[in-house]
Write a new protein. Sequence first.
Length: 210
Amino acid sequence: MTARPAANPRKTGGVRPLGPVDISTLKAAVLAIPEDVWEVENAAKPNRFDVLDTTRHIVFRFIDDTRDWRGSHDLPAWAQWRNLLEPVLAQAVSNYGYARGVFPRVMLARMSAGGIIHPHIDAGPAAKWPHKIHVPLTTNPGVVSFFGGAERRLPAGEAVEVDNLGPHWVRNGGDSDRIHLIFEYYDADQPEPDWLEPFLLSCSLAGVAR
């Protein structure tokens, strides 16, 4: 029998503050994105889940297989945004100290006033290993997130790792957009879990779709 996939013990079980990040240049560029670009990018996004409701996304990098975090690829927007994103990503993860850190998923998430992300957990096996990190770019006092068993208000410009494997939700009760840079990060030098290859083999034998 294949072992049940276990979470990376390095991941937080609640919220882990990572410190301030200089978001000024990225934020200005994001606020200048035309509405039609948001619509086109959101229509093409690979992360299409009912729990996200009307939250729109611009996806820069994404995993190849929802069962395996080790393979990922750039989407077309990455080439245009890379020089703006990489300094923010580097600042946000500097405390981890990984010599070979990998960003399998990178995206912007825009929740309009009155929006909601319904309670859920990130159930796919590929979500069990990377750290899940948010860098709020815009927010308001009415934005409430639930992570690690408590309601939280995440300030703009403060990077934070969140527990994506426990129940979490977000609601925007304010009158302005909440825009976050959201990404995953893992250490390529960390030994892979014992369950990964048997799990992938069992999926292959069972013909489970990627």
